[in-house]
Design a protein. Sequence first.
Length: 278
Amino acid sequence: MCIRDRATLAPVFRRELRTCLHIKGGFLDDNISNNGLCDPAMMRVILVRHAETEWNVKNIIQGHSDSALTLRGERQTSALLAAFAESDYRVECVYASPLGRAWQMGQRLAERFYCSLIAEPALKEQAFGQFEGMTTVALLQNNPDAAEALFTLDAEYCPPGGESLSDASQRMIHFLSSLEKKHHHRTICIVSHGQVIQGVLATLKSGSVDDFHRYTQPNASYAVFELINGSCTVLSLSLIHISEPTRLGMISYAVFCLKKKKNNLLHLYTSPNKLPPI
């Protein structure tokens, strides 16, 4: 059952935690106006990963395959929408991968921001080819070199029948660059997938996709960056955390809440509980 009302969410334990990816000296707070927008020529991108799926829980490689959201994934989605309700982002359009898990998140975000939703194939996950539907444990056991290359070492590695992370990241970056040139959006929301997001963030942050493994983005979290004349600046990586009461106590979810401070810097509030593995 999907929780849509913020009042039904369990209490969020808040303490200040700033978790940011910095580029060119960090936040561009001198240019941020009251409505959260910067340079008029800038396109702000809110990059969201889909919520948790059944295959995420089972550590099954998804790629261009799909699986249903879990109940936890539904709650992550609701908590993310609640966090956006407390922000002042004015999203003009949501672009989402057409894969079901991302498309569902895109639908909810478009409803939240009262804007259009467009399916974009360039935002699909990296295609893992013959490895899709296989558990990561099985891949490690049967082909440890491929598993290590795919998930930690080699962005140029192409799984049989699939594509490399380098190629997947470039198709997404090319789409964003084309979007900036052809349209005049001020703020857009992009919904995509874990592996390809790692490659995109690594490229934007360091100029190279090679250290992609450092940029894991949990389910239902988001990064915010700018595109200015083709140049990208990463502003922040924002996580969401909620805790839900159960008969056995408290279950923690990967969700953090955003709040805007008077000095216009983005701060994160989180539970003291540790994040679960992604």
